[in-house]
Design a protein around this ligand. Structure first.
Ligand code: GLU
Length: 323
């Protein structure tokens, strides 16, 4: 086990990077911070010996409190790990609340030459039926198999393999809270068998990770019935770099907010509209009614795939530029 840095190892292994989250929570040891790191969690799965592992404690944070420096540290570390010949694949042990955003960001700054698999737990270590150890073992199996190379970053929870590109957390407590709406499971892990049903198209984005002091300022605003437009005007006043709007249905906004949106565009602020529905694509050419996609695009708005919180990550990287 190492504290935040890599040691050269001769034996091929799966590297597990611990970052905190529920999987590391142990209230009787420390109720304020994720108390468990690599040493303790590797101990939980000591009966699992199919695959040699090494562990690293990168940070211990709850995932809602992650900041851009954390993300830099993670991506920089993963890049170093890819260069280690003995590393077959990497598991990132992570809080579940932002696992879909963080794994998506890591996917977008790829491509990665070896499997990167995020996992975590919905039920902490001291609850009956804690799911962390089983998730960890399944994630190690996925990271260890050569069939996982070239499939993009993945999330493994509850015996299911999801593409980071499509996965979302959809339930606050259920162990089965991750799904990939519209795309479906990419695979599953049953007993020790990793099965894949399909592959994501190769990642061609190669987004650059923004410099630490220049992360674009992008806000996410959800449209609601009778929306006041207050947040749109705040974004104009703050001169943010971009705004992602979760619009009604396939991406519609109230007619009475169009002047506020036009002001953002006139000020050079990038505006994307995504559907606020849990699944489905935006429309581009179906509705011409005020506030719908045809008029929005003629104003300079881009219609984009949701969900909003992942579109926001994509817009930040897009504004920062490609390699
Ligand atoms: N909010 C915490 C986090 O995301 C706990 C959620 C979890 O890990 O399941 O780190």
């Amino acid at each position: 086990m190492t504290e935040g840095h890599l040691v050269a190892a001769l034996e091929e292994h799966v590297l597990i990077v611990f970052t905190g989250g529920t999987i590391s929570v142990s209230p009787s040891r420390d109720s304020n911070h994720p108390a468990l790191g690599g040493a303790q969690l590797a101990g939980e799965i000591s009966g699992f010996s199919e695959v040699p592992i090494q562990t690293v404690d990168l940070y211990r944070a709850m995932s809602e409190s992650l900041t851009f420096p954390h993300l830099h540290k993670l991506v920089t570390f993963l890049r170093q790990a890819m260069d280690q010949p003995a590393v077959r694949g990497v598991v990132v042990s992570h809080g579940t609340d932002t696992m879909d955003e963080v794994s998506y960001l890591v996917d977008l700054v790829g491509p990665w030459s070896k499997p990167i698999v995020f996992t975590g737990a919905m039920r902490h270590n001291e609850l009956v039926s804690a799911d962390g150890p089983a998730n960890l073992v399944n994630a190690i199996r996925v990271a260890d198999t050569s069939a996982s190379i070239g499939r993009g970053v993945m999330v493994v929870m509850n015996e299911e393999i999801h593409a980071a590109r499509y996965v979302v957390k959809g339930h606050s407590t259920n162990v089965s809270s991750f799904s990939s709406p519209g795309a479906g499971l990419m695979g599953s892990v049953v007993e020790e068998c990793v099965r894949y049903y399909w592959s994501v198209p190769p990642c061609t984005n190669s987004y650059r990770l923004p410099a630490l002091d220049s992360w674009p300022k992008v806000e996410l605003i959800r449209m609601t019935l009778g929306n006041s437009g207050l947040f749109l005007r705040a974004c104009l006043a703050e001169q943010v770099d971009g705004v992602v709007i979760e619009g009604f249905g396939a991406g519609h906004v109230p007619e009475f907010l169009l002047p506020d949106i036009q002001k953002l565009i006139d000020a050079g602020i990038r505006v994307w509209v995504v559907p606020r529905t849990a699944s489905g694509h935006p429309l581009y050419a179906t509705y011409g009614t005020p506030g719908s996609e045809i008029g929005l695009q003629s104003m300079g708005v881009q219609m984009e795939e949701g969900p909003g919180h992942k579109a926001r990550i994509r817009m930040m990287l897009e504004l920062a530029g490609k390699e």
